[in-house]
Ligand binder design. Structure first.
Ligand code: FAD
Ligand code: UDP
Length: 414
């Protein structure tokens, strides 16, 4: 017998399982894949021994002390600090936008105050400013974009950069002005999302800081690092509890060939369930599919000890078609990797089909409308809770997934 079934052995599911098991609950974790860790799984490349992140590069960072303390029970951390560069028009710039990027791009030597003044001026005098992203609006929410280019200035023009109704393009222009937006954001975003930037929420770009100094770190969080023995060792330790039963390779929603004894049909109304897979698939996409992006990876083993000189190189222009190249050895400079071999992965985003791994919630206004419908359906199943990035349809980083699982555990125990 089990007290709870958790569907999905990603960071959310494993955190929840661990906290509940430590409080005496018997937990069964059902995972469709043959491994734990969800999209934050990593493994040793068989040819070189280099730890690769099989579902895209994962860097841990948080400002949540509780999350940091919790995960630090299961791993030590390297001092890795993430830095990213981007290629635009044949030049390499540091990203996110900092004083280094601004001065290199404009060929200037501006001080922080001068640079702030320049960006503020470009942001406030933008000729294409239009209305914003309509949070929760219906399917035809075509505001901004082409129409915005010709629309008269409105009160929206005066919205602050942190206004949640701003679309990605409007917010980005407020953050960094149009020239930098067009160089570093517009085309990368087009490749990443294939959705008009006025249909994307501003929060997507709000993930990136803008700095008026020479701090070129990608994240500002006080806690950053990578698990010393790798991500999978961290997830294995988290799952290692005598009250946690892991069932790998079983699809909770699957037909009999792929399912185990724990399925939606067998568990409904019998045992509490926390589902961390895609919420639209749980409901058979009855309100229409939610928009997800997936990634194709092109793996290569160049015969060199250093392919690009940094872990992540972004490509800001439409050509080439990939968004970034990850060179995994640079995540662990402290390790003894082969001096003459490396592993890289080029990332090609595309719309996720029914058989694809859903990676990124797109979150257009139409998606939000459908999500509201799925949340209504979820409310009719009181024994089932939805959690994690896929279950909540939210762009959660690992620390946010863990924080949210800790909160759900506290709520369930109460
Ligand atoms: P997931 O990790 O997606 O786990 C859900 C699990 O549920 C999966 O293992 C899936 O197989 C399983 N599942 C789904 N349906 C079923 C079913 N029907 N039956 C059984 N099992 C099922 N976060 C960071 O903090 N830093 C980063 O640098 C970072 N980079 C990222 C890069 C990429 C390309 C992506 C896609 C995400 C990145 N993230 C990053 C986010 C990170 O992956 C998530 O925060 C984290 O994985 C969320 O954990 P989760 O448990 O909610 O979901
Ligand atoms: N982005 C961009 N250019 C870049 C990097 C990011 O335009 O060089 C935008 C893009 O829309 C992306 C978002 O900022 O989806 C968030 O970037 P982040 O690096 O956090 O994305 P992730 O690592 O989750 O793919």
């Amino acid at each position: 017998m089990t007290d709870l079934v958790i569907v999905g052995a990603g960071p959310f599911g494993l955190t929840l399982a661990r906290v509940l098991a430590e409080r005496g609950r018997r937990v069964t974790v059902v995972e469709r894949r043959g491994h734990i860790g969800g999209n934050a799984y990593s493994s040793a490349d068989p040819d070189t021994g280099i730890e690769v992140h099989n579902y895209g590069a994962h860097l841990f960072h948080t400002s949540n002390q509780k999350v940091w303390d919790f995960l630090s029970r299961f791993t030590d951390w390297t001092g890795y600090t993430h830095r990213v560069f981007t290629v635009h028009a044949g030049q390499v710039y540091p990203l996110p936008v900092s004083l280094a990027t601004i001065n290199q791009f404009f060929g200037t030597s501006l001080s922080p105050d001068q640079a702030r003044g320049l960006i503020a001026q470009q942001a406030s005098q933008d000729p294409q400013d239009g209305p914003g992203y309509q949070v929760g609006a219906g399917g035809q929410a075509g505001t901004g974009g082409q129409s915005a280019a010709t629309s008269a200035p409105t009160a929206d023009r005066h919205k602050a950069a942190d206004d949640p109704s701003l679309s990605l393009d409007a917010k980005a222009v407020r953050m960094i002005g149009r020239p930098l937006y067009e160089a570093f954001i517009r085309n990368y975003t087009a490749k990443q999302w294939q959705v008009a930037p006025d249909q994307l929420p501003g929060s997507v770009i709000g993930r990136l800081p803008v700095r008026y100094d020479y701090d070129t770190r990608y994240f500002s969080d006080p806690h950053q690092g990578l698990p010393c023995q790798g991500f999978t060792a961290l997830w294995e330790r988290l799952a290692d509890h005598h009250l946690i039963e892991l069932r790998l390779g079983e699809d909770y929603l699957g037909a009999s060939a792929t399912a185990g004894p724990f399925t939606k049909a067998s568990c409904s109304g019998q045992v509490p369930v926390v589902f961390t897979g895609p919420i639209d698939r749980y409901f058979d996409q009855s309100a229409g599919p939610l928009g997800w992006r997936t990634l194709d990876f092109e793996w290569e083993h160049p015969a060199t000890g250093d392919f690009q000189g940094c872990p992540v190189m972004n490509y800001a222009d439409l050509d080439p078609a990939w968004t970034r190249i990850i060179e995994f050895r640079h995540f662990h400079p402290e390790r003894d990797y082969p001096p003459d071999r490396t592993v890289i992965a080029r990332e090609f985003p595309r719309q996720a089909g029914p058989e694809d791994e859903p990676y990124y919630p797109v979150n257009t206004p139409r998606d939000r409308q459908r999500l509201d419908r799925y949340r209504e359906l979820a409310a009719t199943e009181p024994d089932v809770k939805f959690g994690g990035r896929l279950g909540r349809y939210q762009y959660l980083d690992m620390d946010m997934a863990v924080a949210s699982a800790l909160a759900m555990a506290a709520e369930m125990l109460a």
